[in-house]
Write a protein that binds this ligand. Structure first.
Ligand code: BTN
Length: 258
């Protein structure tokens, strides 16, 4: 054992155009039994999908539209944490490339898994899974990184941006994909060993935008106001309020100020 992490991405499948790389990965997983570690990447998407049934505008040449197919040997209940692992890798990849080029714009994670630059969203992640009660057939982690994007869907216009709009530079997409691949391998390796975020939460919390700052969360129809402490081993957000610490689960909440 050399102690080094092995590559997770073993094959890259490239398209000029497709409906959605998430769809492409799911079709390949179901039809062709495509292998763990296949990355589907396209120049443009005609039916890019965001969370909550939204569109994801994905014009040619403007971004990184990619989906990673994984067949992890983990319990299905733990699979949603993979989105957090991917967010860490995207954050680190963008951070690395920006630093190399001398930009000091701060790239951060907005809990749970949006990537923001100057507090504007530059990457979203949509994870989908096919599983039985105790067995995962496959997980697809779809990532949309706005590299040179200048047009956005109305629903996100006010809060979205791109690396180009925030830095004034056209960054090479392949550099970001390469950096992502390296970072993801490292974080994924740590995650699958414990199937939780115990070994990653410190790093994750240091990537959070507005850590320790005031946040307001709507959770189960109640408003929770406090300071964001960071995530726990399960990826839930801990908010310190006047009545003590509250724990917020992914997917059931909208958080402001983070
Ligand atoms: C979000 O709403 O924040 C998630 C956006 C995810 C977009 C990416 S682009 C590549 C992959 N294919 C899709 O159709 N969606 C994801």
């Amino acid at each position: 054992d050399t102690g080094s992490t092995t590559g997770i991405i073993r094959e890259v499948v490239y398209y000029d155009e497709t409906d959605s790389t998430n769809n492409e990965a799911k079709r390949a997983a179901e039809r062709d039994n495509a292998a763990d570690g296949t990355l589907y990447i396209t120049e443009s998407q005609t039916g890019g999908r965001g969370r909550r049934g939204r569109n994801w505008v994905s014009p040619a040449g403007s971004g990184i539209w990619m989906s990673l197919l994984l067949r992890p040997d983990i319990a299905p209940v733990n699979a949603s944490m993979l989105t957090i692992v991917a967010a860490m890798a995207v954050q680190e990849a963008i951070h690395t490339v920006l630093k190399e080029d001398g930009h000091d714009a701060e790239c951060r994670i907005k809990w749970p898994n949006d990537i923001v630059l100057n507090k504007k969203k530059v990457c979203g992640i949509l994870t989908e899974m096919s599983a039985e009660m105790d067995y995962i057939h496959y997980v697809v982690i779809g990532m949309g990184i706005n590299v040179n994007t200048t047009e956005f869907d109305d629903s996100i216009k006010a809060t979205a941006s791109s690396l180009y709009l925030e830095t004034g530079d056209h960054l090479k997409r392949s550099r970001i994909v390469a950096a992502f691949s390296e970072s993801f391998a490292k974080y994924y390796d740590t995650f699958v060993k414990t199937q939780n975020l115990a070994g990653l939460k410190e790093d994750y919390n240091s990537m959070l935008v507005n850590k320790g700052g005031d946040v307001k969360a709507i959770y189960a129809d109640k408003e929770i106001v406090g300071k964001a402490i960071g995530i726990n081993d399960e990826g839930e957000l801990i908010i310190k309020t006047d009545e003590g610490e509250k724990i917020i689960r992914t997917g059931e909440v909208s958080v402001r100020g983070l």
